[in-house]
Ligand binder design. Sequence first.
Ligand SMILES: [Fe+2]
Length: 279
Amino acid sequence: MSTSAEQPFVAVQASPHHAAGSPPAAAIPDPDQAVASQVGTFDNARLRKQFADQGAFLYLDDFLAPEVTAQLIASARGLLGEVNRNYLPGHKQGGSVSRHTIDRLAPFIAALYRSKELIGWLEQLTGDKLMESPADDPHAYALYYYTRAGDHIGWHYDTSYYDGRRYTLLLGVIDESSCRLDYELHTRNPDVPDMPGSVQIPPGGLVFFDGDKLRHRISPARENEMRVSLTFEYVTDPNMRPWRRVISNLKDAIAYFGFRQVFSQFARRNSARRNGGRA
Ligand SMILES: [Fe+2]
């Protein structure tokens, strides 16, 4: 792996309106160059085979360049005051920060999400042409916080409500916890026996999977623990049937980001569409 001294940086613009999720004095890494320097050292043919053999699933304990990980950790800590807490008895307890808040306060994360190098590498793994999730999808990029005893999410799939596939990229940011990602491979493939697994994702680690194929959960946090993960969602077709949009928005409002975040953005975008413009 490259040392941090070899990583390229771009200059930070001095601004009186500094983003709250970014540290004030650190150089912000260039996402494309930082990703390229990492994936250029990987045996990508082997990773592509591993992803396919595991039923569209890959875990790497060391993926991000160290300076990118450091930037994400600073952003995650800077956004603690923006966390929206949710509790769904028997299924989920925890906090989240949606892409709309990230856009305002931690633009480095949005830039990393859009990195052509990152998307290109994921396309190599999947063999699919990948697109960003639409602008009104609060999951497109989001931070998930496990900061109180019992914070967890129960067994589920990251079901795609889009017409095509939806892939989840999960990046470890902070892990001062006993939380584990437990998963089962091949559950949707009758020809291959289910294969259970469990990982604790360190900062800079990666899990990448087809959301409709991986059954998974995050085990409960204990007292005085903290875990933050960053997820990026990419789709193969950004269209969504209207009734699925309703279900998806309700789920996001109740289980993740709150009604104000989800529906104000949705209304703004629809209004912009009616006016022939973009949200
Ligand atoms: Fe999930």
